[in-house]
Structures are given as C-alpha cells and as structure tokens.
Design a protein around this ligand. Structure first.
Ligand code: COA
Length: 330
C-alpha cells in the first residue's frame, strides 16, 4: 500500500463535439440495431468530431475550461501531461502543441499512451510530482478521437466509441486532508493484441497495402476484453477499499471508465454498491477511451455529486492491457 499523496484537484473541464452519432445512424453503416447496441453496451449515442476538429482542438477546449475553473492562467502551469492514443499528429507530442495553443509554449509536457487507462495513469503520475513538491500546478488532459481510430466497417467494435476531451488541474494541497489516498497502475503486456492497431507504426508503416487491408484501424477481441474487464474492475475497487481500510460508505462517488454499461453494472452488483454512487454517462457519450474518466469527473463535479472533502474513486482498464485506479479526497 502506497502512502497518501498530498495533492488537490483545483479545477476540471471538458469538451465534447456537437456532432451526434446515434445508434440509428449506425444502422446505415452496417447491419445492427438500436436494440442490440443498447442491450449489449448501454450506449444510445456518442459524439463525433467535425472535419475541422481533432484530438488537439478538443484538448485545447477542455484545457481552457479546466484552467478557468482552477482560476489559473496557462503560464502558471509547471507541467502538462496529455493522455491520448489518437494524437492529431504522430510527432511532436500533443502536450507541447497544447501548451503553445494555450499561450504558454514554454510549459514542459509529454504524452502518455496508456489507452483507456491513460488519464488515470497520468493523474497518478501528476499526483506523485505534486506531492514531491516538484511541481505546483500540473494540467492533465485525456483527449481522444476514437471515431477515427475504430474500424467503421467493424460493427462489433465501432458501436462502442465516441470522441471527446476532459482535463484536470492537479495542484499543491490547500488542506491537510486533501490527498490521493491510494493509487495503482497495473498491466499485462502479454495481452497486447486483444486491442491493437497492426499498421501505421515503424513495424508496418502506412502504405497503400495497409490502408487497403484496413490494418491502420483498431482491431479488438471484444468478448475476451469483456471477460477480463468485468473481473478487473471489481478487483480494482475491492483492492482500493481494502488497502485504505475504507468501506463503500466512505466513498462519495465511483467514477469508472465508461467502457460498457454491463461491465460497470456487474462490478456494482458484485460489490453491492448503490446505483447513485456510480457515475454513468455512457448512454450519451459511449467509450471515449482516456477522455472518459476525465469528462465524467468534470460532469460529476459540475452536477455537485462530488465536492471538497468527498472521496472519489476513479478506475479504468484499457488496451495494453492496462488498468489504473486512484482514490482521492477532494
Ligand atoms: C463489443 C461487445 C459489445 C460485443 O458484445 P458480445 O456480446 O461480446 O458480442 P460478440 O462479439 O460475441 O458477438 C455476438 C454476436 O453478435 C453479433 N454482433 C456483433 N456486433 C453486432 C452489432 N453491432 N449489431 C448486431 N450484431 C452484432 C456478432 O456477429 C455475433 O453474431 P454470431 O453469434 O452470429 O456470430 C462486448 O464484447 C464488449 O463490450 N467488450 C468489451 C469491449 C471494451 O470494453 N473495449 C474497450 C476496452 S477499454
């Protein structure tokens, strides 16, 4: 069990594109139905970028929103960590281009590629930096354009995903009880190919062949990922509670990665967590990969479902396979 880390969440923000992609719209892409998608995943609609938007443009909007909430200007940031597996450009990092767009190109930054768990990974990293006194204000962003990475011809995976961005500013604690009470980062690299993109990297650079064979879009073994995630999510929540000696009554809200409503509900049922203690927005936004927990956290704060002094548990599982969980007293 790690020691509690002194840190606070000073502000959060989000941006989701205006473009709606409903289950009915998907019925014109491939053979599927609103009923199938709703019962298997809980997703009714998701947001999709316009031609002019991408991960960077969404990250800028979410970051500005979080900075405004925090009452900080970009030049007061000490570090930017951007989580994305769908960067606007392969090089350089989204974090550097984001810093420039925010008017503070000198702020150091880098990207984290830990798929759907990336935002929680980045929050854990940022918390250790703030706790150590190395940085006072760290901007953590999760931004993804999944509608451009998922395979539009694969009905078993495309239905899950949507686009969006969320952000949080982690800062030096202003109260002694403002802490990350627990964090965990886990991985099983032996399962890397359960969700992966075979081409477009240095192993198989993009070519006419890779594009024709659709090797540059995401491949997912959904059933196997489901089985893994359903058990892992329960274990992550149970372990966090055991490690801190807290019970679910001490936790104000669980904010899980919005991967599939059945995965979330199965964890909730098995652990006996009341429905009102689990944040769900998957019906509106689908799975936005690493933006998912970031957006949900901001929505939960805005809806006053969490506030100062409350304990929030964030947890996510993704391609890698990777998983990460943090319990924070706000
Ligand atoms: C993707 C997922 C919804 C698929 O549900 P599933 O119950 O596992 O479905 P399967 O892939 O086993 O397919 C079952 C059947 O439905 C069909 N099917 C798949 N997608 C369909 C769709 N969109 N519409 C209608 N039928 C569909 C399949 O062809 C298959 O038909 P068959 O039995 O005749 O072969 C589910 O596996 C899942 O959510 N997995 C986790 C994925 C995830 O969370 N990934 C991100 C991790 S961060």
């Amino acid at each position: 069990m790690n020691q509690p880390l002194s840190m606070g969440i000073r502000g959060t923000g989000r941006y989701v594109p205006a473009g709606l992609l409903t289950n009915r719209d998907l019925e014109s892409y491939f053979e599927t139905s609103d009923e199938w998608i709703t019962t298997r995943t809980g997703v009714k609609e998701r947001r999709m970028v316009s031609a002019a938007e991408n991960t960077l443009t969404m990250a800028i909007r979410a970051a500005r929103d979080a900075l405004e909430d925090a009452g900080l200007s970009a030049s007061e940031l000490d570090l930017i960590i951007c989580s994305t597996v769908t960067p606007a450009y392969p090089l350089p990092s989204t974090a550097n281009m984001l810093a420039d767009a925010l008017g503070a190109p000198q702020v150091p930054g880098f990207d984290v590629a830990a798929a759907c768990a990336g935002f929680v990974y980045a929050v854990c990293l940022a918390a250790t930096q703030v706790h150590a006194g190395a940085q006072s204000n760290v901007l953590v962003v999760g931004a993804e354009t999944m509608t451009r990475l998922a395979d539009r011809e694969d009905r078993a995976s495309y239905i899950l995903f949507g686009d969006g961005a969320g952000a949080a500013v982690l800062s030096t604690a202003t109260r002694p009880d403002q802490q990350m009470l627990y964090f965990n980062m886990g991985a099983d690299g032996s399962q890397a190919k359960l969700i992966w993109v075979p081409a477009g990297g240095s192993a198989e650079p993009a070519s006419t062949k890779t594009v024709n064979e659709r090797l540059h879009v995401m491949k997912m073994k959904g059933r196997e990922v489901y089985k893994f995630a359903v058990t892992r999510m329960q274990e992550e929540i149970r372990t966090a509670l055991q490690a801190t000696g807290l019970t679910i009554d001490d936790v104000t809200l669980v904010v899980p990665h919005q991967s599939n409503l059945r995965i979330i509900e199965s964890a909730r049922d098995r652990l006996g967590i009341p429905a009102e203690k689990v944040f769900v927005n998957i019906e509106r936004l689908g799975n936005t990969s690493s933006a998912s927990v970031a957006i949900a956290l901001d929505e939960a704060r805005e809806a006053k479902r969490i506030g100062p002094g409350n304990v929030v548990l964030i947890t996510a599982i993704g391609a890698g396979l990777v998983w990460s969980t943090a319990m924070i007293r706000l």
